[in-house]
Design a protein around this ligand. Sequence first.
Ligand code: 5RP
Length: 232
Amino acid sequence: MDAREMKIKAAAAALEHVEDGMRLGIGTGSTAEEFVRLLAEKVAGGLKVEGVPTSERTARLCVELGVPLKSLDELPELDLTIDGADEVDAGLRLVKGGGGALLREKIVAAASSRMIVIADESKVVDVLGRFPLPIEINSFGQVATRIAIEKLASRLGLSGELRMRMSDDGVFATDGGHLILDASFGRIPDAEALASALNTIPGVVEHGLFINLASLAIIAGPAGARVMGAKN
Ligand SMILES: O=C(CO)[C@H](O)[C@H](O)COP(=O)(O)O
């Protein structure tokens, strides 16, 4: 089974949790896009759902495939969000934001009764930090914000490079017009402490540590899909 087949397997298993009439948060990334494709087939077959996309990219795909969309302001309380992740540990702590959509992803996940993560086995880690942690920052005061993050990391015993995310057109900008610093801290033994500390820096808009948000992770490997942890 290749990587794409594993993503499809995880997406298909997640689709079984989707019921008629649900208000769905729809994630971003290649795995979430496999979910959108499968969901669109169900919608074409008569399933009634309303989706809130977590990025402009996901919104475009949903529109193209005929998945009905609403804004989060129209549907501020969601039944279920299905999204990918860059890393997941045994406590269902996540690193997200590889696709640059972490802010909307976190807002949508927090507005959902449940969040199901879909991923392949390569995303499962013992300790978070193998994937550089995306930190979304305001462009105003970006140098001061970078220095504050470096100082905070050092206080927490973390070190590593903060790299400004780039795109083909120059500096990468999120859907909200912010910048992303990808932080190669290495192992993050206390993700809760880092998450709380980052939240105290005014120029940090959001970070990719998702803690206490995922209810379930569906992890696909060569032998099929397995489920990790259930919070509710
Ligand atoms: O957080 C994300 C986007 O901001 C994605 O969910 C994450 O990057 C995983 O993407 P993929 O399924 O393509 O590996």
